[in-house]
Design a protein around this ligand. Structure first.
Ligand SMILES: [Zn+2]
Length: 124
């Protein structure tokens, strides 16, 4: 028998976990945005376009790496916000697929989880 989130105290603890995640993600987002601005500035400094500039491909690579990370972090923020909304709605910790409770252990490892471990395995 597995136990899900059931008490208000547990919910509050997860809310705090999620808010902490949110702060960390926001910091990373700010960091990446700064980096992208720097890359963009460096790019516009070069008068030659990427195709002929020997530094071009490296720049593009750094660019796409940074935008990929930025994308991940934005995705993470969306997940965190959704989880926080679920806490408010009272549906936090309930599997979106089968309606069973997600175990506290799983939520502790992944506070933004929307599926129970069985469904997560099926979906993957
Ligand atoms: Zn499920």
């Amino acid at each position: 028998m597995t136990t899900g989130v059931s008490t208000a105290a547990q919910l509050e603890r997860f809310r705090e976990l999620l808010l902490a995640e949110r702060r960390k993600a926001e910091e990373r987002l700010a960091e990446q945005s700064e980096g992208i601005t720097a890359v963009r500035a460096a790019r516009s400094d070069t008068s030659v376009d990427d195709e002929h500039d020997p530094d071009g491909p490296t720049m593009s690579q750094e660019w796409s790496q940074r935008t990929a990370v930025l994308h991940d972090v934005e995705h993470e923020l969306t997940d965190v916000d959704r989880a926080l909304a679920r806490i408010d709605e009272g549906t936090y910790g309930v599997c979106e697929r089968c309606g069973n409770k997600i175990t506290v252990a799983r939520l502790e490892a992944r506070p933004t989880a929307t599926l129970c471990i069985d469904c997560a395995r099926l979906v993957r």
